[in-house]
Structure formats: structure tokens, C-alpha cells
Design a protein around this ligand. Structure first.
Ligand SMILES: Nc1nc2c(ncn2[C@@H]2O[C@H](COP(=O)(O)OP(=O)(O)OP(=O)(O)O)[C@@H](O)[C@H]2O)c(=O)[nH]1
Ligand SMILES: [Mg+2]
Length: 465
């Protein structure tokens, strides 16, 4: 899409409300930005000409000349700015209320309040960033831990875009051949070789698309956190484990079975990956309706979890109740955790471990924190699929939910193409499928992007970005 010049000047508070650090930024973008700066900012060095990309110290005043705040102001002349327009930033250190007051003054000068994501949308429309990068900005703003921030940062550098660009070039080249074949139907020389095309689509398009789609699960976990359910019979130490991992006494722990009645959720980060821990009610058959509700909820959390920590009390051994649960967890990403190892001898522990055959087992003592580091390591490895290098590589381009659905429709078109070639369909019909695939892909790369998709992406931003 061609960059259309935005004529309106927009402004917003660019820092999060209640943000830490004590400074807040009002950002103004558009042709009127410098004008506004002259009106509301009095530099300490009077009559200073605002040199582009240079900070000035001074005060912000309202229309009556009353000082609202002291601030640093920077004027950045187009096009060397985020939006490629003239940009002014006022770095204030007043409270959020003061910031809002400053913003109101700016808006009173005929500036429009920016929509959520509008600054980034302008950057996109000006061709400064592609759509995957714009979304990465959003993910980066929302990323909660180091590793998800790195994932977003690498998309910002265009890792996903690069892979998709290769796929796109391949499709364009096939479409080119098809178009020539359509234009010269009677040519003696075979222009379009179906067998070759099917192979190219399979290897250069379908395979990498499949791989990207598989990565999106991993990407989702990294962005939104890995859901971990702590599951086990009553009294095995689930709440103690939650507390141990959190290093605080969050959940109630007692010697009575059935202490936890409802689920308790908390977050931790292991090596930069966010984990949502859910402590649940111990699962058993019981008459108490409240406990039954808690158990129902525990089962639900178990279903939703990306990883289940299946806790067993070593001091009571692996009983019938454990066995039922263990089978219930068949097929889930489960990690067996033997708790209360302090209550048994090493021989007893070995004996219990042996009962799980090839299943990975971690033994801990939740109460005194023994083995928790090893457990965290095991949880991390489960998530990164035991292959540290692979995940790091994948993380550079893991698609988000919107990408994933677009990739799926693209994939479907490519599969239809291959099937149509096999059936000997005419070249103009084949071209339609390739064109469709290209159209779908463009919804991610933004090479040609319908307004609808743009709005869907940018409305997720917060105002000021
Ligand atoms: N010796 C020992 N006791 C533990 C350990 N972990 C937990 N306990 C004790 O086991 C009892 C039950 O612990 P909880 O953490 O409440 O167990 P729970 O699985 O949450 O129990 P419910 O919520 O009733 O299902 C408490 O008395 C804990 O102090 C451990 O590693 N060693
Ligand atoms: Mg509990």
C-alpha cells in the first residue's frame, strides 16, 4: 500500500499510566508538531532554535503562561523519526494528572488525540516498518519477561518477514510461469512443468509454512506464558510446591487433606519464560460439595494446561488414587514430581522412581526447597522441547495467533494447488490458487494490505504507541 501523507497532527501520552521511573512522555507527530512546541515550551536558553534530535531543558506552560511542569523537549525533523513525520516529545516528570493536563493543552492547539497504535500505523504506512514488525512492537510492549521480549525484538528485525519473503518469491515465480503459459497456450515448448511445480511448492512453500505453524504454539507459550497445573491427591504437597516455587507463603498449607478448595494462580519466570502456576484442589472422590467443585475446577485446569506437574507423596507411596490420576494424565505433557523425599531413605526413593520406568521423574522436598532448582530446569526443558538451540532458533520468528490463521489459509491454498496439478487442472485455475496464496500471505507481510487487516492489527495497540 502506498504511504498516504497524514496531514493531521496527533498526540498522546506515550508512557504507561502508573509507570515506574517517574517520567512521562507526551508525543506529538505531524506537520504541526514544531509549532505546538514553540507555543507550549519555554526553553531555558531563550530563543533557542530547536535543532533536530537535540534535547532542550525548559518549562511547559499553559495558554495563560502558567508553568505546568519542567521538562526536556526534543524536536525530531521528518523523515528521520518513528513515524517519518515531524515528531516532538516532551519528557515530563509530573504525575499522570499533570501529563494529562499537558496533553489537554496540546490538544487545545488543534491537535487530534491519537488512536491506539496510530503512531505505529503511521510508521507502517510510511514504509518504515512492515506489518510483522508493527505487531512485534505490540508484542514487545506487552512482553512480560526477558525471553518473550527477545522474541518480539527479533521479529522487529524482520526474522519472520524474511522467511515469508522467500516463500512469496517462490510463489511469485510459479505464478509468473503460469501466466506465461496462459498467454501462450499453443507454444510447443512446455513452459509450465506441473511435476516440478508441485515439488517446489511442497518443499519451498508447504514445508516452511508447516514449520512456522508448529512454531506458533511455542511462540504463544513464550508470549503468554506456559500454563502449569499442579495436580495430585490431597495432601501430597501441591500448595507447598507452589509456595516453594514462588518463594513466599502464598497458599494455605496444612496437614489436613482437602485444604485447597479453589484454584490459586501465580506467575514465575524460569530463564526468561513466563510460567502460570495453578495450584489445585487435591483430587479424590468426596461428598463435600465445595470440595467437589474445587476438584471439578482442578480437572478443568488439568485439561487446559501446557504442562502438568503430577505430584506424588513419597512417604505414602504410589497408591490407587495416584494411579487413577496418572492414567488420566496419559497423553498430556506431564512431569512426575516425587515430593517429601526428606521422609524416605534413598533406597525407598529409588524403588519408587523405578515404578515409573522410562518416565522422567524429579524428586523434591517442597517444604525445605530441596530439588526445586532441578525441577525448574526440567520444566524449562519440557517447554523448549529438550533442544535449547532449536527453540532459540524458533524464537526468532514464531508467528502470533493472527499470523497462524493466515498461514493456515495460505497452506490450504497451496495444498489445493498441488491437488489441482495432480488432477490435470487447466493453468488458469492453477494460477487462481497461487494468486490466492499470495494474497493471504500479504495479510502478514503487508506488501498489499487491505484496510481491514490494518485496523485489526493496530487497534490492539495502546494509545501513544
Ligand atoms: N516432610 C515434608 N512435608 C511436606 C512436604 N511438602 C509438604 N509437606 C506437608 O504436607 C502437608 C500437606 O501439604 P500441602 O501443601 O497443604 O498439600 P496439598 O497437596 O496442597 O493438599 P490439599 O490442598 O489438601 O490437596 C503439610 O503438612 C505440609 O507441611 C515436604 O517436602 N516434606
Ligand atoms: Mg493445597
Amino acid at each position: 500500500m502506498a504511504a498516504h501523507p497524514a496531514t493531521e497532527t496527533i498526540a498522546a501520552i506515550a508512557t504507561a499510566p502508573g509507570g515506574i521511573g517517574g517520567i512521562g512522555i507526551v508525543r506529538i507527530s505531524g506537520p504541526d508538531a514544531l509549532n505546538v512546541l514553540h507555543k507550549i515550551f519555554v526553553p531555558q536558553t531563550l530563543n533557542a532554535a530547536f535543532v533536530s534530535h537535540k534535547m532542550y531543558y525548559g518549562t511547559i506552560i499553559d495558554e495563560a503562561g502558567v508553568v505546568l511542569d519542567e521538562a526536556l523537549a526534543v524536536y525530531m525533523r521528518a523523515p528521520r523519526t518513528y513515524t517519518r513525520e515531524d515528531v516532538v516529545e516532551l519528557h515530563c516528570h509530573g504525575s499522570y494528572l499533570v501529563l494529562e493536563k499537558i496533553l489537554r493543552n496540546v490538544l487545545d492547539l488543534g491537535v487530534r488525540h491519537a488512536d491506539p497504535g496510530e503512531f505505529t500505523k503511521r510508521a507502517f504506512l510510511a514504509g518504515r516498518i512492515d506489518l510483522t514488525q508493527a505487531e512485534a512492537v505490540l508484542d514487545l510492549l506487552q512482553a512480560q519477561t526477558g525471553m518473550s521480549a527477545r522474541l518480539a525484538a527479533s521479529q522487529l528485525r524482520g526474522a519472520l518477514f524474511e522467511i515469508l519473503e522467500k516463500i512469496r518469491q517462490e510463489l511469485i515465480s510459479i505464478l509468473g510461469l503460469l501466466e506465461v503459459a496462459i498467454d501462450f497456450p499453443d507454444d510447443d515448448v512446455e513452459i509450465f512443468n506441473g511435476t516440478l511445480a508441485v515439488e517446489r511448492v511442497r518443499e519451498q512453500v508447504i514445508a516452511p509454512l508447516d514449520e512456522l505453524i508448529a512454531m506458533s504454539d511455542q511462540g504463544k507459550m513464550l508470549r503468554e506464558g506456559v500454563r502449569v497445573a499442579i495436580i495430585g491427591r490431597p495432601n501430597v504437597g501441591k500448595s507447598s510446591l507452589l509456595n516453594g516455587l514462588l518463594r513466599e507463603e502464598r497458599a494455605l498449607v496444612t496437614a489436613l487433606p482437602g485444604t485447597t478448595r479453589d484454584t490459586i494462580e501465580e506467575r514465575i519466570a524460569i530463564r526468561g519464560i513466563p510460567f502460570h502456576l495453578v495450584d489445585t484442589a487435591g483430587i479424590r472422590t468426596y461428598e463435600d460439595p465445595v470440595e467437589a467443585l474445587g476438584i471439578e475446577r482442578a480437572r478443568q485446569k488439568m485439561e487446559e494446561a501446557d504442562l502438568v506437574l503430577f505430584l506424588v507423596d513419597t512417604s505414602t507411596g504410589f497408591g490407587d488414587g495416584d494411579r487413577d490420576l496418572f492414567y488420566l494424565l496419559q497423553g498430556k505433557n506431564r512431569l512426575v514430581v516425587l515430593n517429601k523425599q526428606d521422609l524416605v531413605t534413598p533406597e525407598q526413593l529409588d524403588h519408587l522412581c523405578a515404578q515409573f520406568c522410562t518416565e522422567e521423574v524429579v524428586s523434591i522436598s517442597a517444604r525445605d526447597g530441596q530439588g526445586l532448582d532441578a525441577l525448574q530446569e526440567a520444566m524449562f526443558l519440557r517447554v523448549v522441547d529438550a533442544g535449547g538451540a532449536r527453540i532459540r532458533e524458533q524464537m526468532t520468528c514464531a508467528p502470533n495467533a493472527r499470523h497462524r490463521s493466515v498461514l493456515n489459509t495460505t497452506l490450504a491454498a497451496c495444498r489445493r494447488f498441488n491437488a489441482a496439478v495432480a488432477e490435470g487442472a487447466p493453468v488458469d485455475l492453477l494460477a487462481v490458487e497461487v494468486q490466492l496464496a499470495l494474497d493471504y500471505l500479504s495479510e502478514i507481510t503487508g506488501v498489499t494490505t487491505s484496510e481491514e487487516v490494518l485496523d485489526a492489527v493496530f487497534s490492539r495497540f495502546c494509545i501513544g504507541k
